[in-house]
Design a protein around this ligand. Structure first.
Ligand code: A3D
Length: 320
């Protein structure tokens, strides 16, 4: 059987890390695409030279022409600009929307059968625009955000409880970042929900609130420390998990920005919800019942995403 082909559209900090991880996991042959000449070629060559040391077989190719992504099974999109200190994700909207138009056209022409994972910010609006620009089926275009947000939540919870990250499951809904909705009652340590752990004295309500806020601000905390860009290791790991679930038909249940056509009462928008990712793309969207306060937080998150989509339509009326 021929190897899968994975196209990385944008070969910056996340793109390079994606290539390295996809190689280490032998997910397929990798094409790094970027508008910067020489950079995807250089990164591809560097990673390819690590393969003999690490012992993996994957062809790494760098290209500046969309023809190079032809026939890709998976496209992971990070093209655009990342945040600098003081910038919000939404400040990136105007610039990255134009980038999504080019990327969408490239995927439509050369990789119309691919499973597309968008990472470019502001995520929920960019994945929505990318699906429209590319014309691919909505179930084959998803946004990566929830896996990262829940990875951050899980990490902080494991630190608080001094237990293995493997025994913590966390559950987030809604838009990426500031408006995300962590669901404490569905987040567990070895199956024990967080509210029970508060009752058992493992932590306090106040500490839990602090952890939730730190999770919401997780991206900004790293931007503030790095000063020159945003997080890339954990975002890359998160997108690779989604790609692997698709390529291996693992049917993992992962929080993704998925196209909603009435689920949760939302239509024609991408919002973070739990999805089953398998060979069919987004095979199922899981609708859970929300209590009053969760519903209020979810509605606020949906409102924030709707505002971003409106801003996109003002710039590109053809998105309507
Ligand atoms: P960076 O290292 O700047 O890489 C972006 C790359 O895109 C650069 O190499 C550019 O040359 C390239 N690029 C710019 N315009 C185009 C174009 N028109 N066509 C093709 N390539 C182009 O950024 P990064 O890798 O750190 O981050 C990439 C994106 O991911 C940014 O928008 C971030 O805000 C976003 N991001 C999202 C998350 C989520 O959880 C959703 C997390 C972290 C970063």
């Amino acid at each position: 059987m021929a190897r899968n082909k994975i196209a990385l559209i944008g070969s910056g900090m996340i793109g390079g890390t994606l290539a390295h991880l996809a190689g280490l996991k032998e997910l397929g042959d990798i094409v790094l695409f970027d508008i910067a000449e020489g950079m995807p070629q250089g990164k591809g060559l560097d990673i390819a030279q690590s393969s003999s040391v690490e012992g993996f077989d994957a062809r790494m190719t760098g290209v500046n022409d969309y023809a190079g992504i032809e026939g890709a099974d998976v496209c992971i999109v990070t093209a655009g600009v990342a945040r600098k200190p003081g910038m919000s994700r939404d400040d990136l909207l105007g610039i990255n929307l134009k980038v999504m138009e080019q990327v969408g056209a490239g995927i439509k022409k050369y990789a119309p059968d691919a499973f597309v994972i968008c990472i470019t910010n502001p995520l929920d609006a960019m994945v929505w625009a990318l699906q429209k620009f590319s014309g691919l089926p909505a179930g084959k275009v998803v946004g990566m955000a929830g896996v990262l947000d829940s990875a951050r939540f899980t990490h902080f919870l494991a630190e608080e409880f001094n237990v293995s990250v493997e025994d913590v499951t966390s559950f987030v809904l809604g838009g990426h970042g500031d408006s995300m909705v962590p669901l404490a009652r569905y987040s567990t340590v070895a199956g024990i929900p967080l509210p029970d752990l508060v009752k058992m004295g493992w932590t306090t309500k106040e500490k839990l609130e602090q952890i939730i806020q730190r999770t919401r601000d997780g991206g900004a905390e790293i931007v503030g420390l790095l000063k020159t860009g945003s997080a890339y290791y954990a975002p890359a790991s998160s997108a690779i998990l989604m790609a692997e679930s698709y390529l291996k038909d693992k049917k993992r249940v992962l929080p993704c920005a998925a196209f909603l056509s009435g689920q949760y009462g939302v239509k024609d928008m991408y919002v973070g919800v739990p999805c089953v990712i398998g060979a069919g793309g987004v095979e199922r969207i899981i609708e859970i019942e929300l209590n009053k306060s969760e519903q209020k937080a979810f509605d606020a998150s949906v409102g924030a995403v709707a505002g971003l989509c409106e801003a996109c339509i003002n710039i590109a009326p053809n998105l309507k």
